[in-house]
Design a protein around this ligand. Structure first.
Ligand code: CA
Ligand code: CA
Length: 127
C-alpha cells in the first residue's frame, strides 16, 4: 500500500482482523493520516484519538490503551482490551523506524460526516 506522495488518508472501514495487517510503505507522520471507523474499533465517538489510548512500545501498558506502536519494528497493533485479557492484533506495518504518533490517527464517525467529506476530497486509500 503506497500513498500518492503527500497528505494521504488510509481508511480502515471494518473491524480489525487478525492476520490481515496492511503494509504501508511511505507513511509520513504529521502529513498522512490513518483513519479508523470508530464504532468498528469499539469507540463511542469519533474525532481525534485520546492520547491515553495510544502507547509506544510492544504491548499495552494500561487498560485504556488501544493503539500500540512499536517504532523499532514499525508494527501498529490494536488491543481492544488494553493490558487486560485479549491479544493485540497487528493491523499495519509501517516499516522499521518509521515515526508514528497519536495525532496521526483519526476516528471516523458517520455523525461527523462533514469532516469525512472533507477527507474524501483528499487522497484517500481504502483498506
Ligand atoms: Ca493509556
Ligand atoms: Ca490486551
Amino acid at each position: 500500500m503506497t500513498g500518492n506522495g503527500s497528505f494521504d488518508t488510509f481508511f480502515y472501514r471494518g473491524a480489525p482482523i487478525g492476520g490481515e495487517a496492511d503494509t504501508i510503505t511511505d507513511f509520513t507522520s504529521g502529513e498522512d493520516t490513518m483513519e479508523f471507523d470508530a464504532a468498528s474499533f469499539g469507540f463511542t465517538s469519533g474525532g481525534e484519538l485520546d492520547l491515553s489510548a495510544f502507547q509506544l512500545g510492544i504491548s499495552a501498558d494500561d487498560a485504556d490503551d488501544r493503539f500500540i506502536y512499536d517504532q523499532a519494528s514499525g508494527d501498529l497493533f490494536f488491543d481492544a482490551g488494553g493490558n487486560g485479557a485479549g491479544a493485540q492484533l497487528l493491523i499495519a506495518i509501517l516499516g522499521a523506524g518509521t515515526a508514528f504518533a497519536a495525532d496521526d490517527i483519526f476516528l471516523y464517525e458517520p455523525a461527523k460526516a462533514a469532516g469525512a467529506e472533507a477527507l474524501a476530497s483528499a487522497d484517500m486509500i481504502l483498506l
